[in-house]
Design a protein around this ligand. Sequence first.
Ligand code: UDP
Length: 263
Amino acid sequence: MSTLSATNKARQTVLGYPVDIVDEPLALEIVESAWRSGKRLQIVTLNAEMVVAAQQDRELDRIIRHAHLIIPDGAGIVWALRLAGQSVERLAGIDLAAAALARAAAAGRRVALVGGKPDVLDRLVGLLPRMHPGLNVVASRDGYFSSDEEEAVVEALSKAEPELLLVALGVPKQEYFIDRWQTAFPKAVIAGVGGSFDVWAGASRRAPLIMRRLHLEWLYRLVTEPWRWKRIGSALPNFFWQVVREFVSRRRKSQAPDRSREG
Ligand code: UDP
């Protein structure tokens, strides 16, 4: 039995992509269970933009489908699941990663970090043990290395035998990286965490709590980081219409008269 199926509540789909209906305690239980059994656990934090990107990117498509734990990170994913009748709350990747760091610190588990600008990572390596007393950061590397350097970077990280590996290279770079090198980390819980290092190091800010509660973190990011319009601007409406189309077509099918009973 896989680590996930031992504890998983339910796996649903959004536009054909798997999503696990997990809240933070359950996701942490899955993380702890992977640590106890010494198995690798790959976590994907799914959002609408990723789904649309994966529809045009076979690699990303495969990586998402093969992840062990796929959390409902994006407001669009939660909206689509709720439209389909699921009761689900958003679980932001950055929150799960912070909670996993806290658990790792409490249990003295080895943590490795890869990604972020050199100064951000430096600051983070100093700050994280203050945020999570007892945290054991065994290896770290900024995210600005060349493809020629990549193997050596992975070797150094792998030698430290991390049990938690956070990869902050942005989507889809971090997903490709994790997929390429996963076997070098056979006992690690591995997650792509996007811009989390910037937030933790104070280089960027998260949306105010009220916006997060209203599921508007994406809007805050669009306003404060306007360059995201190019990336997100077409992906979000595309996702929205696909979900609505799927919903309408499902409803039509379920409301169609059952012709097998006629006559
Ligand atoms: N980054 C990196 N190496 C790269 C490109 C990006 O380490 O080659 C880092 C960047 O410094 C930032 C993070 O990846 O900390 C991407 O953050 P973003 O918020 O854009 O993530 P996403 O929205 O893709 O989840």
